[in-house]
Ligand binder design. Structure first.
Ligand SMILES: Cc1cc2nc3c(=O)[nH]c(=O)nc-3n(C[C@H](O)[C@H](O)[C@H](O)COP(=O)(O)OP(=O)(O)OC[C@H]3O[C@@H](n4cnc5c(N)ncnc54)[C@H](O)[C@@H]3O)c2cc1C
Length: 400
């Protein structure tokens, strides 16, 4: 591919996660012939909600993380594996770590978030997140090691009882057959505070059936190589607990992946404050999508569902902008929520339907595979064609 020989300045999307790929897909579906370039530092799109099934071997790497080069061929965009280091908003160009410069007509930034290890001293040395394929490989190795050993070890501690912490605890517990106790720690007073009540109840049941102990109203105050200290969030009680641990998994804090450009716009939560069109007023040709964004007036959660809806809207607004038409504001449509709760088990709430157990697990997996960009890639290959596409489409057409 020769970047100097494009027929016009391309539309460039930085970050090939849910937001970036949804943008690319919609742009291509409504194409006016402008080249679309997707830039990502990695070589694979990662369908993060299915990382648990990758851990358990219920799905394979190529199903959960297709290569961008395959998606580019299937969908018809240009893929560049590069890390974007800087954006020059005045000259309308970006620069990558190998000093490639690309001039854009419109730019979409969807660089997502990563585990925040800065929240506690030594955290990076002693903890592992669950946000990318590297983390997956470390945890997979840990599970294999536990299963191949006859010795008992200290507990695994998981920080954060949001969806990632809870889903990870249930899955690991099943995979190590409850041999080692898992401590799930959260500074809040309940697990899954932002989830649907049905899903929370099912998660409480799932945790109760496994070798998982929950510490609510506690936060991890300090961590060392062999022990960590929990402290009660209730200042009055001054309650400390010392825990000798074997592994610390950190799901309790995320931070945006930063570009030089973004530093000007990060707020207290280190997110980019966007207007209703997913933009900053001063820069009409730049759009922001996904987990890096927030809107004070009409808040939305950080989720794949939101990122995809934003990506789709931003692509339509780019086309409107190019055609001189009015842009549309972003409005989040909540299409439901699905949780993985151990091997072969899940809970679903959406479209007035609540369902838990093995059937929910199969529907969740199938509904997610249906949302895979270049869906045919996974549909052709997946052994999970247990439901008709029509039924799943009806139930969970865009739900994540
Ligand atoms: C384990 C797990 C399970 C989850 N389960 C669910 C779920 O069930 N439902 C749900 O709705 N959400 C779920 N989420 C959250 C969801 O995955 C995120 O909200 C979603 O991925 C956000 O999309 P995004 O496009 O903003 O960022 P991402 O999907 O994180 O993509 C960002 C991309 O940008 C790239 N990038 C970053 N910086 C640069 C740079 N400078 N240059 C080039 N490329 C760069 C990264 O490599 C990455 O590919 C889950 C998350 C995790 C970690």
């Amino acid at each position: 591919m020769d970047l100097n020989n494009l027929n016009s300045d391309p539309i460039v999307v930085v970050g090939g996660g849910f937001g970036g790929l949804a943008t690319v897909q919609t742009l291509l579906a409504k194409s006016d012939g402008t080249p679309v370039i997707l830039i990502d530092e990695g070589n694979r799109f990662l369908f993060k909600p299915l990382l648990y099934e990758l851990l358990s071997g219920e799905l394979q790497l190529w199903e959960v993380a297709p290569e961008y080069s395959d998606l580019a061929l299937e969908l018809g965009f240009i893929f560049l594996q590069e890390y974007v280091v800087e954006i020059d908003e005045i000259e309308q160009k970006l620069i990558t770590s190998s000093e490639i410069e690309i001039t854009y007509s419109q730019l979409v930034i969807s660089t997502g978030v990563t585990t925040d290890y800065s929240l506690l001293e030594n955290l990076e040395d002693y903890a592992c997140g669950f946000a990318n394929l590297n983390d997956f490989r470390i945890i997979k190795k840990l599970i294999t090691k536990i299963n191949n050993s006859t010795e008992s070890t200290n507990p695994i501690v998981i920080a954060g009882a949001g969806p990632t912490g809870v889903e990870l605890a249930c899955k690991i517990s099943d995979l190590i057959k409850d041999r080692i106790q898992i401590y799930l720690v959260d500074k809040g007073d309940k697990i899954l505070p932002n989830c649907k009540s049905f899903n929370r109840e099912k998660a409480i049941d799932a945790i109760g059936k496994r070798n998982i102990r929950v510490y609510l109203d506690y936060y991890i105050k300090s961590v060392n190589k062999t022990f960590l200290e929990l402290s009660s969030t209730d200042n009055g009680t001054n309650n400390f607990i010392k825990i000798d641990y074997s592994t610390l998994l950190w799901t309790a804090g995320l931070k945006p992946s930063k570009l030089k450009f973004e530093y000007h716009f990060l707020n207290q939560n280190e997110k980019i404050k966007v207007n209703e069109f997913m933009q900053i007023d001063e820069y009409p040709n730049i759009f922001f999508v996904g987990d890096i964004t927030y809107n004070e007036k009409s808040p939305f959660p950080s989720s794949a569902q939101v990122a995809m809806q934003q990506g789709s809207l931003v692509a339509q607004n780019i086309i409107s902008l190019r055609q001189g038409n009015a842009r549309k504001p972003f409005k989040f449509e909540d299409l439901g929520e699905m949780l993985s709760l151990g091997v072969g088990n899940a809970s679903i709430t959406g479209y007035g339907i609540t369902l838990a157990g093995p059937l929910a697990f199969k529907i969740r997996r199938f509904a997610y595979l249906m949302r895979m960009p270049g869906f045919l890639l996974s549909f052709k290959s997946s052994g999970s064609c247990l439901f008709s596409k029509k039924i799943i489409n009806h139930l969970f057409s865009q739900s994540l």
